[in-house]
Design a protein around this ligand. Sequence first.
Ligand code: ATP
Ligand code: MG
Length: 438
Amino acid sequence: MAEACPAPLYLVGGSVRDFLCGLPMERADWDLASPCTEEGFIAAAKGAGFAVKAVYPRTGTVKIENGAGIACEFTRFRRDEYREGVHAPVSVEFTDDIAVDARRRDFCCNAVYYDILGGEFLDPLGGIEDMRRRILRTVAPAERVFGEDGLRLLRLARQAAQTGFSPDEECLTGAKRHCTLIRDIVPERVYHELILLLHADEKTGDGKAPYRGLCILKETGVLAEILPELTLGDGMEQNAKFHDHDVLEHSLRAVLYAAPSVRLAALLHDVGKPYCLLRNGRYYGHEIEGGRIARDILTRLKAPTAVIERVTLLVRLHMRDLDLQMKESKVRRELIEYYPFLDEFFAVKQADFSACKDVMTEAPVVTKWKAVMEAMKREGVPFTLKELAVNGRDVQNAGVPAERTAEILHALLLGCALDGRKNEREQLLRRAKQLAEE
Ligand code: ATP
Ligand code: MG
């Protein structure tokens, strides 16, 4: 494609940065740039077997994809003009000058160009030296860079986390000064960036990465903008017998100790605490309020419905049997009730426990519940309807009305919690009839 392009074609952005830093390159997006026009690029791309997915003439952007699933985003060299409070540039001027294009980007390490045909790197702003020093530095005065586009606030924290680089002082000051510009960014994008941040360890394998990213969001004031319910817990003391950290720091550390699949739930697990303390003077019941608040937050951020439901449930459940006083019979029923979520439930419990005093031993409640679960498995207790010795048709043939089938099957399943031997066809059918008559 580069051969057919009427002007030099460059790779830029994440792929060049990650390559030069030795970070994994298995990526879905390749960012291309050139002084050539969109038309010139499109002809070259089509010749190389790519299909054009989208063209945005105003910014000189073209999205292409080939049959092998390689996707690229081309942007023509340009200078952007912004009006404060508007995420997209208000005017765009195309240019042949690579240094001008570099200065419309965000960080210098994202403005290193690889000349595909020439086989050399062009580094108009010293981005390679920044990578060596492992810093994030803005391409122009940070005041201006962050004042232009609120999305850069999230990119700062997310990319710092993903690369392990530290924002320089000027960067942090500029971001702090403009943290309210995050309000211009659509919630879907905020959510998307937050999720990327919570999985920022994928590239470097540094498990602290998501926590570091959250600390940058906190320090720049962006966290208080996007999750004000959570940052109310900043400085909110907790019982020192159980906790080394205030409510907010405990929540951030829960992410540090959480398995990837539950980081969002870990972040929000105590979001009900500030609300309860401010309203009732105590934290009692915070998991219930927390479930409600987590749902509100995730709805506001337009998270997928399945995520909202799962996180809400995990937040509501996170206090279960914390004092280890729950009777085994109840634990058994709950293990069946929440069986599809148990891995995540245990992971949240563990994250919460570890974040209290930064201890890595297994949470006692996890040890207890896992032992009960193992015992149940040994006894042949069914955990799912699939494992139950009767199905919907069986109980209906035994006289259970269709509209009560689900409820009665569920009751039969729970009825086996204490004794796996009850999972026997004839017994279950007798019980089903009894239940139907009640
Ligand atoms: P990755 O693809 O690994 O997430 P990236 O840095 O390539 O990171 P992209 O969103 O693909 O991020 O953007 C490509 C490049 O475009 C960036 O490296 C940066 O130079 C520029 N860029 C993207 N978004 C912005 C923005 N909001 N403001 C300024 N420059 C941006
Ligand atoms: Mg990219």
